[in-house]
Design a protein. Structure first.
Length: 185
């Protein structure tokens, strides 16, 4: 029986659960938002808000406690330098959960958990690496020459006229399925 036990384990042992929550918290701090199942997002909210509260404290001891949980130096640096200062005036409620619906494969309820605030989008944008854009002049492509057989024993590629004949039965099956769906079968 689980009387007065409010923790969910997600069928994991405590060490595995702590590692999963640590990794998800690192991802949330670095990216600003992540997509996960709703029960995991609700559980992650507790851990993430504790880490942001440590970041607001800003002491060396708080930084060491955050490092002990997160185990990622870049995530801890971002937490203390850019994420926590934007929540200085806020007393909790640093995250928001947006429900997305169900996942097609297993009908799991999906959500997005993100950091609240106007600068959350800036944190999320800074976490993504920028793509390099090439500025080159467009070169005209040479016309493709048909490949001629090298030896007389090789055959020439099949013509395109034979392919539509092979696709017709498949098209009939697809049309039959759509008419069945339309009729409500």
């Amino acid at each position: 029986m689980r009387h007065n036990r409010d923790e969910k384990r997600f069928d994991m042992n405590p060490g595995h659960l702590k590692a999963v929550m640590s990794n998800m918290t690192c991802d949330l701090v670095t990216a600003g938002r992540i997509r996960t199942t709703t029960p995991r997002a609700k559980m992650l909210r507790r851990y993430a808000e504790r880490m942001i509260t440590l970041g607001k404290d800003g002491t060396l001891a708080a930084r060491r406690r955050a490092m002990a949980f997160l185990r990622d130096k870049t995530a801890v640096t971002r937490l203390f330098d850019s994420v926590a200062p934007q929540f200085k005036e806020r007393n909790g409620g640093y995250t928001r959960i947006l429900k997305l619906g169900v996942r097609p494969g297993d009908n799991a309820h999906m959500s997005i958990i993100e950091l609240v605030g106007s600068q959350t989008e800036a944190v999320a944008q800074s976490a993504k690496p920028k793509k390099a854009v090439r500025k080159t002049a467009a070169k005209p492509k040479a016309a493709a020459k048909p490949k001629a057989p090298a030896k007389k024993t090789e055959r020439a590629p099949k013509t395109a006229a034979a392919k539509p004949a092979a696709k017709k039965p498949a098209q009939k099956k697809a049309a039959a399925k759509t008419t069945r769906k339309a009729k409500g079968e």
